[in-house]
Design a protein around this ligand. Structure first.
Ligand code: FES
Length: 172
């Protein structure tokens, strides 16, 4: 007998699912073209995109789950795991790498006590490496949410991370 593939969404907030349904129902035109936008909206609602939520979106849009998962894993702005309040992105493009971005990344991981793409225990940080963000003149480059830090040395990182830990992220 074929095993039934049941979609369990019991761990997802019903009100947020209803909100997502509403947004999906308001799509006009091609659902494939709307997919990235809907995933954005789902991530904004739930904070991240667990696999059962991806399957839910796929089912609602009438798309294969593998297609939705392919989009989620391709774009670094989507996350399949809970994210910290601050997303720290360290550019690993060539210009940044040759100027020591790997040392900057390791220093940040040490200070936040986490691994890449895993939320820190205090819920503050998710650290990731990213491809060139187009600011090579500032290499090595680190972004924290929308804020860009250029010419970052490993010795600069302590001060930057300390500020975010103190909730003083807008100070320069
Ligand atoms: S290589 Fe880092 S911004 Fe281009």
């Amino acid at each position: 007998m074929k095993k039934q593939d049941v979609l369990d969404t019991s761990n997802l907030d019903e009100q947020k699912l209803a909100e997502l349904d509403h947004r999906i129902e308001s799509i006009e035109g091609n659902v494939e073209e709307a997919l990235i936008d809907i995933l954005h909206q789902a991530q904004n609602l739930f904070g991240y995109l667990p696999y059962n939520l991806q399957r839910y979106v796929a089912k609602k849009l009438g798309l294969p789950s593998a297609k939705v998962n392919g989009v989620v894993t391709f774009y670094s702005l989507f996350s399949e795991r809970p994210r910290g309040k601050y997303t720290v992105s360290v550019c690993m493009g060539t210009a940044c790498f040759v100027k020591g971005a790997d040392k900057v990344l390791n220093r940040i991981l040490g200070l936040t006590g986490t691994e890449k793409n895993v939320m820190s225990e205090d819920g503050l940080f998710t650290v990731q490496d990213v491809r060139c963000i187009g600011a090579c003149g500032l290499a090595p480059v680190v972004t924290i949410n929308d804020k860009v830090y250029g010419n970052v040395k490993p010795s600069d990182v302590d001060d930057i991370i300390r500020r975010y830990k103190k909730g003083d992220e807008y100070a320069d």
